[in-house]
Design a protein around this ligand. Structure first.
Ligand code: ADP
Ligand code: MG
Length: 355
């Protein structure tokens, strides 16, 4: 091969660019699902039903009872950067809803078959639309791509079929559909615990029993009991702390020193978005190390609200990484508070066993 003469540079097909971008946002079915859950919650839903086939690779369906989508918006729904949540760059700073970039549905439509059925309160019927690569498309060749009127209740049903059908390398990377299903249950469970007043269900297609089923009126503690079991729920301590200096408010439930397990579980929500933070994880593990036996780990549900101006959510397309101002101070304040809670529970326990 001749490496002395440069090869000419060419622009990639838009279609290829779109697929690459989509594949960066959605690496596994659970990432599509997370976006769909956030959209449903943003739409004010009080009920969310998730249906899954083959770990979400064959079918991922989420049905909500939220505000629905205006029929006139359906033609642009799945185009990139179409959103009802953001108007100008400054809005990024104060955005309170979860999604904000109008990329989720667009991405999904590039790497899966996407069907949307939706009804607003004002509309007297529901509308069904099918999408391919960001655009309305006919379900069969020769038919019209226009949305069709169908019977339906208020809310939105998003059906994602054959995820990665046109990205064979990605598709082949999935070894086990049950691993993917477990990730989906984990994510639905996290949102089910965080979103009070919202009912959640999740089940495999063709099975009558649900993997997750929580009622809208279930308390946070009840939700944890149903999803993580009584052994966790029975040993939880509530906590809440805030500091105006760093403009944050934190609350949650953390296991006390009676509980210890092999692996730390942290359900972390920052401004109501499920995120990961290795800094918070490390600090929490450090906090518990003086209360738990060696190799013992806690369960912590932490909802952290920070002044949106101080959070940078725009760091990575996956939006899983979140950075915020005064991170060290805020983490320290939260862990100090949890430490004092653990110490007081521990003291009363010692007192009880002594008396
Ligand atoms: P974003 O959430 O960042 O705005 P999305 O691609 O996830 O972008 O969604 C685009 C738009 O579609 C949203 O802004 C919202 O108006 C609408 N939408 C998506 N899902 C739903 C839903 N379940 N209920 C009502 N509207 C929805
Ligand atoms: Mg969204």
């Amino acid at each position: 091969e001749d490496t002395t003469t440069p090869r000419r540079i060419k622009l990639l097909d838009q279609d290829v660019v779109n697929k690459i971008a989509a594949g960066e946002i959605i690496v596994a079915p659970v990432h599509a699902l997370k976006e769909l859950i956030e959209n449903a919650v943003d739409a004010g839903s009080t009920s969310l039903e998730v249906l899954v086939k083959d770990g979400g690779l064959k079918l991922l369906q989420i049905t909500d009872n939220g505000c629905g989508i205006d029929k006139d918006d359906l033609p642009i729904l799945c185009e990139r950067f179409t959103t009802s949540k953001l108007q100008k760059f400054e809005d990024l700073q104060s955005i309170a809803t979860y999604g904000f970039r109008g990329e989720a549905l667009a991405s999904i439509s590039h790497i899966a078959h996407l069907t949307v059925t939706t009804k607003t309160r004002e509309s007297n019927c529901a509308w069904r639309a099918y999408y391919e690569s960001g655009k309305l498309a006919p379900t069969k060749p020769g038919q019209s791509p226009d949305p069709k009127p169908v019977a339906g209740r208020q809310g939105t049903q998003i059906t994602v079929e054959d995820l990665f059908y046109n990205v064979p390398t990605r598709r082949r990377a999935f070894r086990s559909t049950s691993d993917e299903y477990n990730k989906i249950i984990d994510m639905v469970g996290r949102y089910a615990i965080h979103c009070s007043n919202v009912a959640f269900s999740c089940k495999k297609h063709g099975e009558s029993s649900t993997s997750i089923a929580v009622q809208a009126n279930a308390s946070c503690l009840d939700r944890i009991r149903q999803i993580y079991g009584a052994s966790v729920a029975n040993e939880l301590t509530e906590f809440a702390t805030s500091d105006d200096r760093w403009a944050f408010r934190a609350k949650g439930l953390a296991t006390n020193a009676n509980y210890s397990t092999k692996k730390t579980t942290i359900l972390l929500f920052i401004n109501h978005r499920c995120v990961e933070s290795s800094n918070i994880r490390k600090a929490i593990e450090q906090t518990y190390s003086s209360f738990l036996p060696k190799n013992g780990h806690p369960f912590v549900y932490l909802s952290l609200e920070i002044d949106p101006h101080r959070v940078d959510v725009n760091v990575h397309p996956t939006k899983r990484e979140v950075n915020f101002l005064n991170e060290d101070e805020i983490i320290q304040a939260i862990c100090e508070h949890i430490r004092s809670k653990l110490a007081s529970v521990d003291a009363s326990r010692t007192f009880l066993t002594q008396s």
